[in-house]
Design a protein around this ligand. Structure first.
Ligand code: B16
Ligand code: MG
Length: 220
């Protein structure tokens, strides 16, 4: 059976690994130092959102106004803490099901791409030792519009040489699913079906990712 499915493009945090806890610890330390209230519920709003926008969300509760220069220094401080924390990551931090899906794609000759807005994605992939599975990893530093804009997914598809309609995108954040759909791809959500209602289908984790069923769905 011929299938049009040529590539699967993954988000990183919340799909391949869980860096959210490290982001949270680094932002929490910064917020505590600044005397700003921050908790795990507010942290939910930062998932899939780029660094400077995340800082703006945290500063919503700050009585102090910061200049752009000061904000950049605060973001750098958080990033330095985050970089220290991710040094402890190992291949054991790959989420359940992710490695099996990457291996199955490789075996089937379907390309895997990575569409993470994290500027630390290359380091994380390196720590997880799964770089060999990805034919293309987006460089977040070169992406001008964050999710829900489709730019990052379209950039990955273009670099893989695959038309968007022949790609599946996998995301755990609502903004990410919006980006996938705006790119004209089939969207698989990981997590809560209510939060990810714009996805074409939602599964609890990559353990339930059914490649054979997707290949059949894309049958030409
Ligand atoms: P960095 P994703 C996102 O990763 C995280 O979900 C988000 O919390 C973080 O602020 C963002 O990366 C930027 O990360 O500060 O390392 O550039 O879900 O797009 O893989
Ligand atoms: Mg994510």
């Amino acid at each position: 059976m011929e299938s049009r499915l040529k590539a699967v493009i993954f988000d990183l945090d919340g799909v391949i690994t869980d860096t959210a806890t490290y982001h949270y610890r680094a932002w929490k330390q910064l917020a505590d130092e600044l005397g700003i209230y921050f908790d795990e519920k507010i942290n939910e709003r930062l998932k899939g959102i780029d660094r400077m926008t995340s800082l703006e969300i945290i500063l919503e509760r700050s009585p102090v106004q910061y200049t752009q220069e000061e904000k950049e220094a605060l973001a750098t401080k958080k990033n330095d803490l985050y970089k220290q924390l991710i040094q402890t990551m190992t291949p054991a931090d790959v989420l359940p099901g992710a490695l099996a899906v990457l291996q199955a794609l490789k075996q089937r000759g379907i390309l895997a791409g990575l569409a993470s807005v994290s500027k630390n994605a290359f380091t994380v992939i390196d720590k997880l030792q799964i770089g060999q599975y990805f034919a293309y990893i987006a460089d977040a530093a070169k992406i001008t519009k964050g999710k829900p804009d489709p730019e990052i997914f379209l950039t990955v598809a273009a670099n893989l040489g695959v038309a968007p309609q022949d790609c599946v995108g996998v995301e755990d954040a609502a903004a990410g699913i919006k980006a996938i759909k705006a790119a004209g791809m089939y969207g698989v959500g990981i997590g809560d079906p209510v939060m990810l209602k714009e996805a074409d289908e939602v599964i609890p984790s990559l353990e339930q990712f059914d490649l054979e069923r997707l290949l059949a769905r894309f049958a030409s």
